[in-house]
Structures are given as C-alpha cells and as structure tokens.
Design a protein around this ligand. Structure first.
Ligand code: NAD
Length: 461
C-alpha cells in the first residue's frame, strides 16, 4: 500500500492537496521552485492563503516536508501529483510551459530510479496534452517507456477557492484519466483512502478526462449565463422575480437549483478560461462551438450592460460605493472580478468611486487602474456613498440595516445584485432600492406588455 507521495507545485491547489494527503496519513514531500513556499511549508506554515490550510499543515507537520529538488521528491515517493500553473495563452489554450519543465525534472529523476513511479497531472490542460505533450518528455528524459518504467494519470480536482480542503476531502466524484490500468488502479486506491465520502471514481482515457474537466466549468458557466438572461427578463415583467422562477426551475431534477441564481457575471481564475479553451480546441479540430463562445461573449457583455443600466442612476456629484471586489464572497482573489470591473469602469467614466471588500482590498489595489479609493471599513464606504452597488454575498453585507445606509436629506440608491437585502430594504421610502432580477417598475412593465398584447388583441379582433 502506497504511503509516500510527492506534490509538485505548492500553490493554492498543491499546498492544500499536500496538507490533505498528510492529514490522511500519507508521508508527503512537496516541491516548489519558489524558495519561500518551501521554507514556509517546512516551518509548518501555509505558503498561500486558503481556508484552514495553515491548520492542516501545522497539525500534520511531521508528515510533510518540502524541497526545491524534483529528484529528491521522486526518489523518496511512489507517486507524484503535478499541480503547476497552466496559464491561458493569447489563443485561449493552456500553456504547458511550467508543466513541461516539471515533467522534464521528474523524467530525469525517474531515469535514476529503480522501481515504478506514477506521475499524475492535476493541472488543467486541453485534450491530448498529457499523452502528446508531456509523456514524450518523461520518456525522453527517463529513457523509459510509459507503462513500463512509469505510470501516468490525468486527475484534476473539482474545488473552489476558499473551500479547497473540504472540497478535496468530499468531492462529488473523482475524475481519473489513466494511461493504463496499473496506473489507474494505484490512484483509485489512494483516493479511496483520502476522500472521506466514498465518492465514485470515474475512470477513463487521458483524453476523455481532460475533456471532462473543462466541460464541467463550461456547463456550469452556461447555466449561470442562462440564469442571468432570465434575470434580465424578470426585470421587464410586472412582478418579475428571478428567485421565484429559479426556485421552480431548479426543482426540476433535470435542471437543479445550483448556479441558477441570476445576478452578475461570473469571474475568477477558472470559469472564464474554460469556455474559451473548449472553443479553441474545437476550432483546432475543425468544429464549431457556438454555445461555449456565446456563453463567454454574454458574460463579458454582462459587465458592460450593467454599467449602462447603472449609469442613469448616478447623478453628478454622487459617490458610488462598490461593495465586493473579489470574484466571489470571502475570497481575496480579484481575477476577472465583476466588482473590480464595475469600480474601474465607473471611475474612468468620471464617477467618484469608493470600494470595500472584507478580504480582497489589497489584491484589488493592484488590479484597479482608475481612481477608485479603496477604504478599510464598510462604514467608511457607506458614510461617503449616495449610490451603493453590492456585488457579492459577503456576510458583512448581508447584515446591513436601513440605518447603515440612509442619509439625512438624501435618497440613497442601492443596487443589490444578489438580492441579499430585499427583506430589509424593499419598500423603504428613503432608499431607492434595485434588486437585480426583479421588476422595479411594475407600471412601466405593465404598459409595455399592454402595448404588446393590446396591439395583438386589436389585430385578432
Ligand atoms: N485555483 C483553482 O481554483 C484551480 C481549480 C481547478 C484547477 N486549477 C488548476 O490547477 C493548476 C494550479 O493552480 P493553482 O491555483 O494551484 O496555481 P498557483 O499559481 O497557486 O500554484 C502553482 C505553484 O506551482 C509552482 N511551480 C511552478 N512551476 C513549478 C515547477 N516546475 N516545479 C514545482 N513547482 C512549480 C509555483 O511556484 C506555484 O507555487 C492550474 O492548472 C489551474 O488551472 C486551479
């Protein structure tokens, strides 16, 4: 039974994975090219910020060590999980630059090793990348053949930043692309000792697993985009309410409620790039993937549409507060974040913009290019603002009360993308409240429908 594993790449995913393996009793040797990350792990500290990561690393310190030497890691383990970056390139493909370098080092070490070594790629790649891009590197550097001297799997994780450790321990399923049965058997057995919920293991070819991985995000983002389209429609229907519609739709087992909450566009380090990657590979294979392209286009257009919608609500002299700069609640990640886009775009259009996020202020400072003033407290932000945009469902925002928002002698406008303050603010006369995805002017919406059906009724009569 395998006890010794190595994890190559101690970033957000890799460090969490190393911590989980150690927590579940494996001896783990982590590798990173970043000396600081290696030092921190060896001190029992987290090399990156992630929920409970420091706790899991420090409590299992005797079973985790880190090194900068791929050779040391390969020689002292039976399996290497490789989780290095695969950044999107300008075409939307995933660059294998870091993975190739890691595989080169691993290959050299396998060449020096007596026994069998299994290499598991976890990073997101396009179909064919493992077999045709990376296995040849291992074979060349080791002088051995895949399936003889070493095994290869492709096994990505389905995790969300902020809950990586729990997601890893309790996945819906594990996805295992295998070069051959031997390598797959070994990894399935390891997973059965790591995962705490008997999740089914879906075993398949390397290519099918690579495609499944990017398809999950492509599907989920399509669902989000569908819900956002419905939210737009609800705003134009008297009494329209996206939550009512989504709750009913989501009850249908074929659809499901998750990711059907119409609100704001999706962002983050994973979602936006997988549709683009799927379209890229399809084009390369002579196919058309209008669906994935349209989802991406709709999502990018969404932020622009929101700015157009909000602009008439902003009067000269108003200060706009953007609450929520991370791409999702309780996160410090601002990559492709709608909050950052809104703050930046409104500020460049001449509005005075202040902003606040419970965790992402620091990363947002680096990402914002306009004159947005990032403030250290929610109260500071609200004290200055006459227009408030709530872009995430952070608990701090959910707890807001009317008295936190109102100002003497002024009407404050609140645009609530996730409708988290509906109960508190709806109907309050001192607040101009817009719950995105709901009808805010039933009369105007009624008239529009009346025009449409009244005219039809006249024609048919
Ligand atoms: N972050 C996510 O939410 C997420 C989710 C699913 C999949 N992924 C995929 O997982 C992979 C890693 O993502 P991440 O967020 O952990 O990245 P990250 O940038 O946080 O970490 C990558 C780490 O790899 C190290 N590294 C780079 N080259 C190396 C090498 N040759 N040897 C050893 N270490 C090396 C870097 O120094 C860094 O510490 C990517 O392919 C990403 O697409 C990420």
């Amino acid at each position: 039974m395998i006890k010794d594993v190595s994890v190559i790449g101690l970033g957000k995913l890799g460090a969490s994975m190393a911590a989980v393996f150690a927590y579940r009793g494996f001896n783990v040797i982590g590798v990173d090219v970043n000396e600081r990350a290696v030092e921190l792990v060896n001190q029992g500290k987290e090399p990156v910020q992630e929920t409970d990561l420091e706790k899991y690393i420090s409590e299992n310190k005797d079973r985790i060590k880190a090194t900068m030497s791929h050779e040391e890691a390969v020689l002292s383990s039976d399996v290497s999980f490789v989780i290095v970056p695969t950044p999107s390139d300008e075409n939307g493909s995933f660059s294998l630059q870091y993975a190739s370098w890691a595989f080169k080092e691993i290959g050299k070490a396998i060449g020096k090793k007596e026994g069998y070594h299994n290499v598991v790629l976890t990073s997101t790649v396009l179909p064919g990348a493992t077999r045709h891009g990376l296995i040849p590197i291992l074979e060349k550097e080791s002088g051995k053949k895949a399936g003889e001297g070493f095994g290869v799997c492709y096994s990505p994780e389905f995790i969300a930043l902020g809950s990586i450790i729990q997601d890893f321990l309790h996945p819906d399923f594990t996805l295992l692309g295998e070069f051959d049965k031997k390598s797959g058997d070994q990894i399935e057995e390891i997973y059965s000792r790591v995962m705490m919920n008997d999740a089914p293991c879906k075993r398949m070819s390397l290519e099918n697993a690579e495609l499944t991985k990017i398809s999950v995000n492509t599907f989920v983002t399509t669902k989000i985009t569908f819900a956002n389209m419905l939210a737009d429609l609800c705003e134009k229907i008297p009494g329209g309410d996206i939550d009512v519609v989504s709750d009913a739709l989501g009850t249908d087992k074929r659809i499901g409620r998750r990711y059907l909450t119409g609100a704001i566009g999706y962002g983050g380090p994973c979602f936006p790039r997988d549709n683009v990657a799927l379209s890229y590979i399809a084009k390369k294979l002579g196919l058309r993937t209008e669906l994935a392209e349209t989802t991406d286009r709709c999502n990018r257009a969404m932020s622009e549409k929101i700015v157009e919608k909000i602009r008439p609500l902003i009067k000269t002299g108003d200060t706009v507060a953007v609450l929520g700069l991370a791409y999702k609640p309780m996160s410090h990640v601002v990559e492709e974040s709608p909050g950052v886009y809104l703050a930046d775009t409104l500020s460049k259009a001449g509005a005075r913009v202040v902003a606040y996020d419970p965790l992402a202020n620091e990363s947002a400072r680096a990402a914002l290019t306009g004159n947005v003033v990032i403030l250290e407290s929610l109260k500071d932000c609200l004290d200055q603002a006459t227009v408030v945009l709530i872009t995430t469902t952070d608990d701090e925002f959910k707890r807001l009360k009317v008295e936190d928002l109102v100002k003497e002698g002024e009407t404050v406008t609140v645009v609530d993308f996730w409708r988290i303050l509906s109960n508190e603010l709806k109907g309050n006369s001192s607040i101009n409240y817009f719950a995105v995805g709901t009808s805010s002017d039933d009369l105007a919406n009624q008239e529009r429908l009346n025009d449409l059906w009244g005219a039809a009724a006249t024609v048919s009569a």
